[in-house]
Design a protein around this ligand. Sequence first.
Ligand code: SF4
Length: 482
Amino acid sequence: MKVYMLNPPYIPHFGRGMRWQDTGRAGTLYYPIWLSYATAVVEQEYETRLVDAPAWNWSRGDVIEDVKRFKPDLIVMDSSFPSLKNDIEVAEEIKRNCEAKIVLVGPPASQFPDEILSSDGIDIVARWEYDFTVRDIAKALEENRDFKDIKGISYKENGKIIHNPNREFTTSEDLDRIPFVSKVYKKHLNIRDYYLSSSFYPEVQIFTGRGCPYLCTFCSWTQTLMGRKYRVRSISNVLDELEWIQENLPEVKEVFFEDDTFTINKKRVLEFCREYRKRGLDITWACNARADLDYETMKEMRRANCRLLIVGYESGSDEILRNIKKGITVEQIRRFAKDARRAGLLVHGDFIIGLPGETKETIELTRKLIKETKPDILQVSVASPFPGTEFYKWCEENGYLLINDPNEYLDGQGHQKAIISYPWLTAEEIVQKVDSILREYYLSLGYVPVALKQVFRRRGIEEAKRLYHSAKMFMRYIKGRT
Ligand code: SF4
């Protein structure tokens, strides 16, 4: 049994693993992270090849040649909403050239299984979290069994589409059983291909836990892929992987914890920091956090070599934060920003323009909050409702969607378009506000001390390199807009 794990070709450097899937403006390219975890599971039992076509600039022809050489029995193909039509076409082209069964995975699989299976290119759809589902499919094929007992899949049988019951999400114990994803990166990928604008380069992205219990209405991962059940790896398992990275990938300058929110459980975070220091680890790390994190925990994180927090502030308006069920207030955001600075942690603050209730006045509140909190790295995105989310349903029901087809979400360069328009705030105005906030922040004299502070930190040279690259990408983006 040979298994081919494919991040299919689309626009070069398209990030299917990103929260807002597009070709990152800051030169960002994510690892095909979910597919890599599934590779780690499948590879324990079967000969497996992982191919990242967008990172390698591979065309469909390149992939087909490679598939012919490898001769897989099973092909597992990733997908995303903006690239779904393309992904299905890639499967159809592969199907015309080889006999392997093709499974489609990724967020669209849980939302559109019938539509996807209407294509001749796809035999099976693995809905939601899929690492162990894919292993079970390989096993059934190897043993010549049918698929009726495999939970979490939809498939075709005698021209009929069959939906098996959902599979339970993994448990914490399951996560500990998955081999280190960093081993998969080392074996199959080139870590220098991947780039996070807020991290030191090169970096690796790993999960220490999956799922998020919060209810943010726009969040796609919780509502289409990983669910709200929070499960975590044991601290010793995570630290073993960090040790492995230090020893086997010495060029790695930072590890990013891609958990939806690494800071959900304070006790666990403190235990991690304590054990990290006990083991005498030296590798720098960063993580996604929520703005309800307290100062004491931040201080311990800093002592354990945490460098940066990525935090979803989303808006400067309490009304909008309530509308999107963020569970955070503007006051908490203010406190978080102050505490992080006091603790010596850098902050990458994310804001979104165009969320439910957005008006020109609430945008001004956001602009003011940005000036006040001064994130070290600022990200401002156009609100993008993905199918399956509460936000998407709300936009659809109220007639605010300009584009219904997710395949039309990106412009010619692979960047996100504004796809919603309100009677009081148009799509053009949303884009214009995003641009003006970013320009005003990064091109103002007020940003100079924020940038200098980063350079005068430990590993200032790495910070300077990162800032230089981000500035270059930002100027390129601005030029493209004028
Ligand atoms: S806290 Fe973050 S990961 Fe959790 S639901 Fe909200 S946006 Fe999603």
